[in-house]
Design a protein around this ligand. Sequence first.
Ligand SMILES: C[S@@+](CC[C@H](N)C(=O)[O-])C[C@H]1O[C@@H](n2cnc3c(N)ncnc32)[C@H](O)[C@@H]1O
Length: 223
Amino acid sequence: MARHRKPAIEGIPRLLTTVYEKACRLVVESYYGPMAGRITARLSTGVILDLGTGPGYLPIEMARIAPNIRVVGVDLNLGLIRSARRNARQAGVSHRVRFETGHAAGLRFADRTFDRVCSTGMLHMVKDPAAVLRECCRVLKPGGEAWIFDPAKVASGADRNRYLASLTPVEKLIFRCFHLYTRINPPNRYSRWQIDAMVAAADFRVVHLSVTGREIEMVLRKQ
Ligand SMILES: C[S@@+](CC[C@H](N)C(=O)[O-])C[C@H]1O[C@@H](n2cnc3c(N)ncnc32)[C@H](O)[C@@H]1O
């Protein structure tokens, strides 16, 4: 497997929960809605797994768009999972969307459980991306697809002034510290050959793969 710089912290730290959630809330219509439409296209029924679900807006939008699908969202951060449950209740979809804590490289689900696996903005955060892709493949039904996008267009999509205005003074301070931290420790960036090596380590057929600068889009089908 190609070597990559492992992130110092895996997952969003507890302290950043509300700071991240507030940014996500601003891009529900512009980002999660269209993304949910892409991922659920050609899937009228079944169960989707969303890895690194954050505050759950992608599963919620998928449940809204596709009334016969169910979604399970998994994240390392318990605070975000609690927000996701609350957001699903408020959106009236909590009977079809379930959220739980878990590690994307070691899922508790049986082999061949899901019709589709998706993930937005998690890949650059994980320590072992090849293990994550192998887990995606294991939990997918044969012919099922993994739709993986990285990074999520949250920070780049949210209106910065509206976002800063929504933060409390403490959250603003946390945001500034995190901003400084990411300048010192920039997020992980994969090269094309690293992506190819990760994909080759799992039993997938590539349906679509594009790597443009930092942006990765992949649709992989289990054989
Ligand atoms: C940048 S956020 C993206 C959240 C959401 N998918 C979105 O588009 O807004 C990445 C998420 O992945 C989660 N995460 C990172 N590593 C993980 C892992 N190994 N297993 C599960 N979740 C993980 C983080 O806690 C965080 O909530």
